[in-house]
Design a protein around this ligand. Sequence first.
Ligand SMILES: C[S@@+](CC[C@H](N)C(=O)[O-])C[C@H]1O[C@@H](n2cnc3c(N)ncnc32)[C@H](O)[C@@H]1O
Length: 157
Amino acid sequence: MISKETVKALAKELRGKRVLELGAGSGILAHHLEKHGVNIVTVDNGSWGGKWKVYHRTITDDAMNYFNKNKKKFDVIIMSWPNYEQPLAYKIAKRLSANHELIYQGEAYGGCTADDNFHRLWDDRMIDDKKFNARMEKVNIRFDGIHDSWYKLKRRL
Ligand SMILES: C[S@@+](CC[C@H](N)C(=O)[O-])C[C@H]1O[C@@H](n2cnc3c(N)ncnc32)[C@H](O)[C@@H]1O
């Protein structure tokens, strides 16, 4: 779930960086981040079905395809609620460069976002920024029974 406080806190982290949101869905997060001065491009392949109101001018493409061609243009990749048991988050995380940051909103291992390979890769080859996670936790709101948080991950060197 996003709130004004979440958007403000996230925008503070992202202003001045080139941000790519993959699997952006309706683009509502990007829409609000942009209003707070964040330079953000959104990509979605439309597999969600197009039944939501669309908030952001989103590039219709496969996320992996777009990322492979354009990854050098971005500093930060956002993946918010990547589909459960689908490999996209894993594939993206595997191909991050050392200077990329991945902002992931979702559940941890055993939860209902991304797949086990993503969580294993996170444990084995990535490091998360605990200070970022704690700052975001202060403003994070979630539905009952849902355990999603904001995390910033980088490749372990
Ligand atoms: C669970 S929804 C999350 C949407 C949004 N990020 C949010 O948090 O509300 C997952 C999104 O990923 C998109 N998606 C799934 N696989 C994709 C792919 N290979 N390339 C691009 N978008 C993809 C779907 O169309 C959908 O909009």
